[in-house]
Design a protein around this ligand. Sequence first.
Ligand code: MN
Length: 353
Amino acid sequence: MLKLFHTSDIHIGARNRYLGDKLFDEQKKFLKRLYNNARDEDVKYIVIAGDVFDSNYVGSNLVEEFFEIIGYYNDIYTVIIPGGGKSHRQEVTGHDAYTMDSVYRRPDVRQYLNRENIIFLSPDSPSKVVDNIAFYGGFFEIPNVSKLNAAFHIGVVHGPFSDVPTHGEISVDKLESMFFDYICLGHYHSFKKFNKCAYSGSLVQYEFSKKRLSSSGYICVTIGSELNIDYRIFKDAPGFYKKEILDLEDIKWVEDKIQRGDFVEIIGYVKELKTQVENLLENPNIKLSDGVIEYERDGIYGIIEDTIDEILSMDIGFAKDLIDDIKVFILKNIRGNLTKPKIEEFLKNKYLS
Ligand SMILES: [Mn+2]
């Protein structure tokens, strides 16, 4: 049996509005947690599937600290790939793609990559066997590798994969039909599981997102007679949320989040709750978004106030995760004295056709 930990998209060097440079402290804390957990459970392999660094221009002191941490755990192998290949312009500017000025080509970084317990895969050297386990890198495309002689075959691929490609993503089926036992995916910043591969999401969430989209954590993979993909959340990691304040429940939601140490950016609120929103803003961990919208409900108030929940609870087949979007849509876009059947018809056309 093989057991490994899979993480990705740490984005060392990234900053956000609340933590700034201190984000790195959080990243280090949970990186050490990951390695300590591995040691406790006798896990010998940790895979980081790209975007370790937020850019190829990340400061040398941060790079050094990262490698010193993973080097300290010298009984654990770390598999690393860059977050893009040589030829994908969209990834070249943002993160740690393997361009000519890649962070991984710096002379002071080379010495770390030559260490015994670091397995660095790049377009120049995409596969390697350690302890009878073969690791194969893919860089914004299906790995271009041939099968090596080993007991286990692990793909490590950074890029946009989907089971229903609609916006130029690469087919997961194609990847899963190859010879891999499991493929560690990186690129998307939230956990998503397919049959033989998964996105781990970021080790520590740092971007503001709407509720439920992101969390902090990693994947524990066991490969034996069957494949097990277990996502483990860091429950005590800070969360960063964007939030619309549409009713008193939303105010309560924000208060609860702040209570547990999270940060909230308010992207819109209804005029009627302006005073409550101003009260919230006295807390330094709550801010208004630059493009915050104050919703006017004039003209729709009477109708919507009485029927919004009715509309949403009517059995017309709205998926649960659409409900919030629909609420916002109604408040932003429906003007005038629309009747309930009209709204219903409109929403059906927009969301169900
Ligand atoms: Mn990323």
